[in-house]
Design a protein around this ligand. Sequence first.
Ligand code: SAM
Ligand code: SF4
Ligand code: SF4
Length: 346
Amino acid sequence: MPNHDLPNPVQVRDMLGRPLRDLRISLTDHCNFRCVYCMPKAMFGTRYRFVDHAGLLTFPEIERLVRLFAGLGVGKLRLTGGEPLLRPRIEDLIASLAAIPGIEDIAVTTNGSLLTAAKARALKGAGLARITISLDSLRGETYEAMNDVGFPVAKVLAAIGHAAEAGLQVKLNMVVRRGLNDDDILPMAEHFRHTPHVLRFIEYMDVGNMNGWQPQDVVPSAEIIARIGERWPLEPLEPSRYGEVASRYVYADGAGEIGFVSSVSQPFCRTCTRARLSPEGTLYTCLFGTSGKDLRALMRDGAGDDEIIAALGAAWGSREDRYSEIRSLLRARGGGQKVEMFHIGG
Ligand code: SAM
Ligand code: SF4
Ligand code: SF4
């Protein structure tokens, strides 16, 4: 079995020596939520132009690209969006991707709203091992205000149960925005202690151009760790692999693991091995990218595999991205128009 725990010396590397290992695929930019930190309702109403059906990459196109990416060292996939479960028969795509040599791990990130018991079983049956469900609060009022479509939290809690019953390994993502849901940090930690589900606190990021991000809205992980550690002492764990996004901790009393994604306060660009594919097939090499390579045009114009592999290698080989490390500098300069997070996935 190939060892993907260490950077493979023969695989493609970027300008800063980082290997290409992960691909995040945004299956659609549509979403049934309007989370205030991602797709604020005022900006994403009826007049916003989402990618139409014909513009989306088809499942065979995605499968072809993943096969080519796998040849360049990609072993991990994350299917995201927008809301990925809005793509009908996503389980068929998962089954075909799981069969590609070199693909060792597939995960899905979802808001959980469409995750019925039957869907969870179908995803598991297709070969999915892991699912990340986003949950920002246990309080109905706060949760509904954050998704901004009044979606009830009880349904997401039920979805977490469905995923676990189907045998999926479950992680929870909680984006913390000061003044909005930082009161929920301890209740969320308490709720998921003594469960196999790993809760991850995500620092609120300045993704896209429309969420009105201000540095003071970020609750740094150090503060969250201190708040939780005061109540339930924590012990840090070593990263389980090169390029891991979350810092991992365990509760000293044996109540399980939690994680922290500190992209604002402690950027991890130095080991960033992630490429991203937008719903219409544009390749970005950073979550904060301003431009990308149009792979759909290449495929639909009849390019052969060699030509596409050359384009992928060139895009990664010329990559210098490290937005989070130089955020203040770029923001001060005004920067370019960034791609939106729901467009290239989280
Ligand atoms: N719709 C799915 C969901 O919400 O899980 C998948 C796409 S969503 C863009 C992926 C992840 O990005 C979610 O966990 C979401 O909470 C997170 N996210 C969105 N906007 C964010 C922001 N401004 N800062 C930090 N995380 C954000
Ligand atoms: Fe939709 Fe996910 Fe963005 Fe919320 S975070 S608006 S669920 S894509
Ligand atoms: Fe990777 Fe860009 Fe995020 Fe840095 S800012 S970790 S380069 S996606």
